[in-house]
Design a protein around this ligand. Structure first.
Ligand SMILES: [Zn+2]
Length: 236
């Protein structure tokens, strides 16, 4: 029973079909109204979608364009702040981030967070909006304990094999808050598996599960079941 807590389809019908055939419980991310519409068609509404304005696109949409999709989605995200991979002004990012946090809080929808380089600012901001949070691809040793204290869920991805900060997190997250993600095929390729194809996708998930299970001294099939149940709990 595989699960992928955060995945970008990037328009791949092949990947959407594989996830459905293999019954992989997935949250597919949509970062624009057009992507929401496209992913709804690709998945035939058989998969969970999340919708949120990504920090890299903080200035690309007007709020009235976005709200119908925030109303439709069951999960808000990925949203957050980023001072590493984008030049978008941080004040603009913060404005859009907080508006979405407020919406998610008011409508009781769980949130997927992007924190790159802004881990401290995101940590401070989310404390104003109590909610169920998933911290996605958290790759620094800083503030791990602070996020754990807020009872966040955490995704562990392919770089658990290569990044000591991620390996540390994979060991320290409470077992019922642990999730596995791929972030999509492009992210797998970016992280070093340059040839990754749709056919490799289930193997990539299994590889991450085996790595995390080894770090925690658990059986891989036991961990696989646990992270599936955790994703169900996040979605509940
Ligand atoms: Zn992502």
């Amino acid at each position: 029973m595989l699960s992928d807590a955060h995945c970008h389809l990037a328009g791949s019908r092949e990947l959407a079909n594989l996830q459905q055939q293999d019954q992989i419980l997935t949250i597919i991310n949509c970062q624009s109204p057009a992507e929401w519409e496209g992913n709804t068609l690709l998945t035939g509404a058989h998969q969970h979608l999340s919708f949120g304005i990504h920090p890299w696109q903080a200035t690309d949409f007007r709020w009235p364009e976005v709200t119908p999709y925030l109303e439709k989605t069951a999960v808000v995200g990925e949203i957050g702040l980023d001072n590493v991979w984008t030049d978008v002004n941080l004040l603009d990012q913060s404005r859009v981030f907080e508006a979405q946090l407020q919406f998610a809080h008011d409508h009781r929808k769980p949130v997927i967070l992007h924190t790159k380089g802004c881990e401290r600012a995101v940590l401070k901001t989310i404390q104003k909006y109590p909610n169920r949070y998933m911290v996605h691809w958290y790759a620094t040793k800083d503030y791990q304990r602070d996020y754990i204290r807020l009872d966040c869920f955490f995704t562990i991805g392919v770089d658990v094999l290569t990044d000591p900060a991620v390996a540390q997190l994979a060991q320290d997250v409470p077992l019922n808050r642990l999730l596995i993600e791929t972030d999509g095929l492009e992210a797998i390729r970016w992280a070093g598996d340059t040839e990754a194809t749709v056919a490799d996708y289930p193997h990539v998930l299994h590889r991450s599960i085996r790595a995390v299970a080894a770090l925690r001294g658990m059986a891989a099939d036991e961990l696989e079941t646990q992270v599936y149940r955790n994703l169900e709990a996040f979605l509940a």
